[in-house]
Design a protein around this ligand. Structure first.
Ligand code: GLC
Ligand code: GLC
Length: 649
């Protein structure tokens, strides 16, 4: 018998054995049609789930017990799932590509910083609609430690909203109100770690061996030292290494990020099940997309970097299979801020349907600094395509730092030395490089490796802070153009554009975080200010920088919504023949748009023949300006101009 035959038979027998047991436990409480729906989805997805769990946990002597309990958790979650969400499940299964629409546009914010609390967020729904959002990511809003909690990324309970922000009932009601307004709620699933105040951590600290098995704990430095030989330090500024000593229990705890964030031990099947329960609980509150935080780190193996291991993918795929069974409307978005080859591996309909695009993000800033598109061009030409049924989430800024995650081989092929280039980019974006327009701060500079990342708001990094401080109208004008230019790319290139709220009104760095002891050591707070509603008021006034940026973005968003070519991600990156101009062709729904973007502050020219060949026409209309172009004498581009061309003759 081959392995495949064995697995097939074993799978079928396991399901035969499990189904009656589950029916005995649950079917009596369920409506027959409802149970039948669960059963049929279970039968469909069981083979995949079984194969993954067998690989991950098959060596446990009580594997079958764990398997049954995992399925029981799925059944329980299904029975608790509100009818309106079950209706959404059916709708999404019938239209799995719903998020590929050109109407998709995301926004992301912190609840407290943007609007005080959940009620405040609800009151902002008209604003979200005005901007055109169809997706709202609220950053972690769960119970968390007082003081430093990594912006909420240290979760003390996945079932309790931070009382300062509201209640779980308010969150569920908000999800409904947002959906009624055409907006899908996105929340984080911070599943690599819990805070040290989570009930599980507290029990572990009290000495309960069962809960100590939920985390990675070591009695002395032997294993931590052995692991650290091959680990990368993620937050070297705040704490060297990846382990934290806890005198209460005389143990070293694995803490990849901050010391109060304890990595969960997914080699323990109980941890898998309990986190699956938390995931399905959140789905049942009406969350439509879970942003899987820090995916790269969830599996550890001695002698490796403990990043992006095959088992990390299997854990996520097994969660995905459970979601298909018990909350099919739920999607995953991967947060893998790692090498582009590794980022791509998390993206598939069976794993994460959505993924941040950290490479495009970093390279947009790289191109603004160099004014040369060669690395952006080469990287996107080869790396933008992903599997159908999935989408990039394209962004220019988020609440985190910018890391220069491009591939050194890609860079070498266009004559760039990766190491030196990163040094240059860090100098440029911290304003240290002569002539730099950017005002950013270094984040986690590591003297051992020469590595650093960058903090700062979009506007400050794009030159607006410098332009306004120096009262330099040309610099200010260029900054506004740069902000619109990079947003034009994320709005048109394919996938879901995501705006870091505040950027749409040109929010500048806020240096006051340095006075708050809970924030001072983490420069990311410079780009996490309270929303300034006076600044937001000025969005209506086109003579202000806020108005120019906001109205410029609104126009692009409206064009995106009206033009079918911007749906999906059929994108062909083209060679424009001008080193400063990035170009790509978008096609969808019978429409073709040629997008061109100049990253130079000087006028540029493109050959008419190039535009005609890629635009498939002779005369063009630029959607952005509404102008008709005959291209006599080539195409002239103003400083930082971008065009979305459709052939009209
Ligand atoms: C993610 C978050 C980041 C946080 C880290 C640890 O990367 O985006 O803000 O510090 O995870 O949870
Ligand atoms: C690292 C992690 C990423 C996280 C970031 C926070 O780059 O890979 O997940 O967002 O640190 O700064």
């Amino acid at each position: 018998m081959t392995d495949a035959m064995w697995l097939h038979r074993h799978t079928a027998r396991s399901l035969e054995r499990l189904l009656p047991r589950l029916e005995a436990r649950f079917a009596a409480q369920a409506d027959p049609a409802d149970w039948a729906a669960f059963r049929s989805r279970l039968e469909r997805h069981f083979p995949r789930l079984f194969r993954l769990l067998l690989h991950l946990y098959g060596s446990h002597y009580d594997f079958f017990y764990h398997l049954e309990e995992i399925l029981a958790s799925a059944a329980r979650a299904w029975l608790e799932r509100p009818a309106r969400l079950k209706a959404l499940d059916v709708q999404r299964e019938a239209d799995p590509d719903w998020f590929q629409s050109q109407r998709m546009l995301g926004g992301v914010c912190y609840v407290d910083l943007f609007a005080g609390n959940l009620e405040g967020i609800r009151a902002k729904i008209p604003y979200f609609q005005e901007l055109g959002l169809a997706y709202l990511h609220l950053m972690p809003l769960f119970a968390c430690p007082e003081g430093d909690n990594d912006g909420g990324y240290a979760v003390s309970s996945y079932r309790e909203v931070n009382p300062k922000l509201g209640t779980m009932a308010q969150l569920a009601a908000l999800a409904e109100d947002l959906r009624a307004a055409g907006i899908s709620l996105v929340l984080d699933f911070v599943f690599n770690h819990t805070s040290d105040e989570h009930e599980w951590a507290q029990r572990a600290l009290a000495g309960d061996p069962e809960y100590q098995e939920y985390y990675y704990m070591f009695p002395d430095r032997t294993m931590p030292d052995a692991y650290e030989k091959t680990l990368r330090e993620i937050f070297p500024d705040v704490r060297p290494g990846s382990f934290t000593y806890r005198p209460e229990i005389n143990r070293w705890v694995w803490t990849t990020f901050y010391s109060f964030q304890w990595d969960l031990n997914y080699s323990n099947p109980v941890v898998f099940r309990r986190m699956a329960e938390e995931m399905l609980f959140l789905a049942n509150q009406g969350v439509e997309v879970l942003r899987l935080d820090a995916v790269a780190f969830i599996w550890k193996q001695l002698g490796t970097s403990c990043e992006n291991l095959p088992e990390a993918h299997m854990i996520i795929q097994a969660f995905n299979a459970l979601a298909r069974i018990a909350a099919p409307a739920l999607l995953f978005k991967s947060e893998a801020i790692v090498h582009p080859d590794e980022v791509a591996r998390y993206i598939s309909p069976e794993e994460c349907q959505l993924s941040y695009n950290p490479l495009l993000m970093a390279l947009l800033w790289e191109t603004l600094a160099t004014r040369e598109v060669k690395l952006l061009h080469a990287s996107m030409r080869d790396r933008f395509r992903i599997s159908p049924g999935c989408a990039w989430v394209n962004y220019v800024r988020c609440h985190d730092d910018i890391g220069w995650t491009f591939d050194d081989g890609d860079a070498a092929r266009v004559g760039i030395n990766g190491f030196h280039h990163r040094q240059f980019l860090n100098a440029f974006y911290t304003g240290r490089f002569p002539g730099s327009f950017a005002r950013g701060l270094p984040f986690q500079e590591n003297p051992k490796t020469g590595d650093a990342r960058i903090s700062g708001t979009c506007a400050s990094l794009a030159g607006l802070e410098k332009g306004l401080r120096e009262q330099n109208p040309l610099e200010t004008d260029h900054a506004v153009r740069r902000i619109l230019l990079i947003h034009s790319v994320i709005l048109s290139m394919g996938g879901i554009p995501l705006i870091y709220l505040g950027d749409e009104v040109a929010t500048l760095n806020d240096y006051s975080y340095a006075n708050d002891p809970a924030k001072a050591a983490d420069s990311r707070w410079v780009h996490r200010p309270y929303a300034d509603w006076q600044r937001y008021q000025r969005r209506h006034d086109p003579t202000t920088v806020e108005g120019r940026v906001y109205q410029g973005l609104k126009r692009l968003i409206a064009l995106r919504q009206e033009n079918p070519a911007f749906a999906g991600h059929d994108t062909a990156v083209i060679e424009t023949g001008n080193p400063h101009v990035f170009g790509y062709v978008r096609q969808h729904g019978g429409q073709r748009v040629l997008a061109l973007a100049s990253f130079s502050e000087h006028p540029q020219t493109l050959a008419a023949s190039l535009v005609r060949i890629h635009g498939l026409g002779y005369i063009f209309q630029d959607l952005v300006t509404g102008r008709t172009l005959t291209l006599d004498g080539g195409l002239q581009l103003e400083p930082y101009q971008f065009l979305w061309l459709v052939a009209v003759g």
